[in-house]
Design a protein around this ligand. Sequence first.
Ligand code: NAD
Ligand code: UDX
Length: 463
Amino acid sequence: MQVKNICCIGAGYVGGPTMAVIAQKCPDIDVTVVDINEQRISQWNASDLDTLPIYEPGLKEVVSQARGRNLFFSTDVDAAIAAADMIFISVNTPTKTYGKGKNMAADLKFVELCARQIARVATSDKIVVEKSTLPVRTAQAIKSVLSETGNGVEFQILSNPEFLAEGTAISDLLRPDRILIGGETSEKGEEAIQALVDVYARWVPKENILTTNVWSSELSKLVANAFLAQRVSSINAISELCEATGADVREVSKAIGMDSRIGPKFLQASVGFGGSCFQKDILNLVYIAKTFGLAEVADYWEQVILMNDHQKSRFATKILETLYNTVSGKKIAILGWAFKKDTNDTRESAAIYVADELLEERASIAVYDPKVKEERVFADLNYLESRSAEENKELVEVQNDPYEACKDAHAVAILTEWDEFKSYDWQAIYDNMLKPACVFDGRAILDRAQLEKIGFKYYCIGN
Ligand code: NAD
Ligand code: UDX
């Protein structure tokens, strides 16, 4: 079977870029990305490509090539489902905030709603592809919802988790380490797998397209994120030991990363990992392990999260202690609000939690991030409910100019590794700060010798 029409439900950080690349690489396939969020869809359709809802290097070029040709963004979910022969479900699967599995399990209500909508609307056979990250065996639940249609339509369910990282989404999509496709071993299942393989094979070498059973595919996604996050927590644990012993975590990372069995990637000590995936997916893994009565497995992985929480908190404590145990009324500049560079995404960003702890101490915070808007910063802080929106407004200012953000501050905290921070005029920043002026480098990106020469008190995560 050759796929001619694709629908993707969910125009977010995964659905948007992934479908843009599929459309770019497969001009003969119509790709429609649908969402219930009208504002998001109108931003995807905006003529000014600088106002796309997502900032990703290279994204606007891909969108401009395919949009209107074979890439469409729409709120008409029913019409897109009806027309498609392959439907990707790429909706959010956040951690549950209520009921059984609260604060651990993945909330699958959006996925189930999609399945119900597909069941209601479809009048011809479809391949349904799980693109969202889902707990192992979710395909079974989707299948059961879809099989209740009673109108004779047949569905094949595939698992095709997405491994892109934000900030490098387009290059990850164009040159993925692997494409993973899980499906049933029946004849129809294998046909469906082949149909999806043929889509990716337009630009991904066949040897990088891995097919497995559905459960292995679903679980592999959670495990990949757990292993990546575990590396960050491992090096962060060592960063605290480095600070206690005088070793330098950057030197330790380099030394261990040169061992080809360990490898150099994902060994950058930081103020803690953020993003919408790592914490959510590990909590989900922990929950699944607990559900199967595997207490030791659950505890082992939970430690990755506990270490990450500790890292964020000890960074805030370091600022407080260095500023003589009181930051009340003191201005602290935060450079970087996104959870990593080259994205405007702030979900679970370490900056939110560090700012929150400082605000609880009544510090005045000035935030600058090259891609994050003021409304987002306040939305993130208000969501925590630690203080009222009015109090946050009183204590926090968001600046468009980093030099203004740092002016009259006692300290600057680097919370995202944006490249531009390295080329600032740090002498000018120092001159306009209160003394002693401190820099807390939560990403270990600045030049200690240069800053200390200027006169800064410099603290770097892991030395
Ligand atoms: P997102 O929140 O950016 O986007 C999800 C979109 O789905 C939203 O725009 C929402 O309005 C829409 N939506 C929800 N229910 C809908 C419905 N019933 N009908 C139509 N639209 C609906 O989320 P995301 O970051 O794109 O993540 C999507 C999935 O991909 C998640 O399961 C996530 O774990 C996984 N994932 C994310 C990343 C990442 O880097 N963000 C990477 C790999 C996998
Ligand atoms: C992650 C996975 O990498 C990706 O494969 C999956 O599809 C989605 O989740 P993402 O969260 O977008 O991607 O970014 P990633 O580059 O993994 O960074 C996650 C967090 O870890 C960021 O806050 C980053 O700053 C932090 N990190 C990463 C470190 O602190 N140190 C490192 O060495 C690497």
